[in-house]
Design a protein around this ligand. Structure first.
Ligand code: PEP
Ligand code: MN
Length: 343
């Protein structure tokens, strides 16, 4: 819908607009109001170039799009009936819980195995473990490819699927070759379109699930949903949207908690929303409340950092990992709340 700056366009302006939309296979339909005339674009109005050309005209105020720019992720898309499955778990039938260490310590694999067993016992459906880590400080531990074997051994011992972040194509290849069933795109890479495309292409034709974190500085929800569209456009629709707090932080928290965007996401897209309360608030003491808030807002799942001995963990674990007993209580309460919301 084209909104001009003036109440009515001149005949020359209408001719110019008609020529532009015509180039893109569309037509112009004036909608004459008492005070103002606006112009509907009849046809596929999603072409960015057409919109940019119209918005660049000096007599146009703006173009409001009715069609969604992310046609596959849109709630109205045929994919809305798709159910994402992972290791016997179907999203939407129960609250999905991904839990485990922020970072696997390759020197102490037993911590990971013990944590994996404990989070399974606490009720988790997927074990998370960071193999390669995006660290703000280049002198801190960056992860280690050796941890991939530890991650897969944790999967074998528990019989549960595992999740790990990949930051480049070499890691993507190693993770897929090792059989990692859930790949994580981290907050720092959520707008890395080359990586999103590479992941989309690599997981097409497989049943791999991608957990897409919300970018640290992401603003409009369309930015987040369009990042998922990049992956899904290659043919694998198994994408989970993961709000994890944005920057700048709310004073006292690690980030600005954003679990409240869950209902907004669910209005626009069919994709399940799996909230990460751990990176959102960044302190173990605040994580359970944030997890419950996410479920109250309608989340389909949670991704929570946990460790058998948080103080002995590396990466984020000492400050934000839950101990297995707190994790268990949180999962129990979250599942009760999830069931209550279902009525
Ligand atoms: C993580 O999951 O440990 C992580 C680094 O997350 P994020 O990308 O959300 O910061
Ligand atoms: Mn972490």
């Amino acid at each position: 819908m084209i909104l001009p700056k003036t109440p009515r366009l001149t005949a020359d302006q209408v001719t110019e607009l008609n020529a532009i939309v015509g180039e893109f296979g569309c037509k112009l339909q004036p909608i004459v109001g008492a005070v103002r005339t606006i112009y509907a674009i009849v046809g596929d109005e999603r072409d960015e170039l057409m919109i940019n050309r119209i918005e660049g005209l000096p007599y146009i105020e703006r173009v409001d799009r009715i069609q969604s720019p992310h046609k596959l992720m849109d709630r109205r898309s045929d994919l809305a009936s798709h159910r994402i499955k992972l290791g016997g778990f179907t999203l939407g039938e129960q609250l999905l819980v991904i839990a485990g260490q922020c970072t696997i310590d390759p020197k102490n694999p037993n911590f990971f195995y013990e944590t994996a067993a404990a989070v399974k016992e606490a009720g988790a459906n997927v074990i998370r473990g960071g193999v390669w880590k995006p660290r703000t400080n280049p002198y801190t531990f960056q992860g280690d490819a050796k941890s991939l074997d530890i991650l897969m051994e944790g999967a074998r011992r528990t019989g549960l699927p595992v999740d790990a972040e990949v930051m480049d194509e070499a890691q993507l290849r190693l993770a897929l070759d090792a059989g990692v069933p859930m790949l994580q795109v981290g907050a720092r890479n959520a707008l890395n379109y080359s990586l999103l495309r590479a992941i989309g292409a690599a997981v097409a034709g497989r049943d791999t699930v991608v957990l897409l974190k919300r970018g640290l500085h992401m603003g409009p929800l369309n930015e987040f949903i369009s990042a998922a569209e990049y992956i899904v456009s290659f043919g694998n629709p198994n994408v989970l949207l993961c709000p994890r707090g944005t920057s700048p932080a709310l004073d006292g928290y690690r980030n600005h908690p954003d679990e409240s965007i869950t209902p907004l996401l669910k209005e626009k897209t069919w994709a399940p929303v799996v909230v990460d309360p751990s990176h959102s608030v960044g302190k173990a003491a605040y994580v359970p409340a944030c997890a419950l808030a996410a479920v109250a807002y309608g989340a389909d799942g949670l991704c929570i950092e946990a460790h058998v001995q948080p103080a002995k963990g590396i990466g984020d674990d000492p400050k934000q990992a839950l101990t297995p007993d707190v994790l268990k209580t949180t999962i129990t309460q979250a599942r009760q709340l999830w069931a209550m919301r279902r009525g």
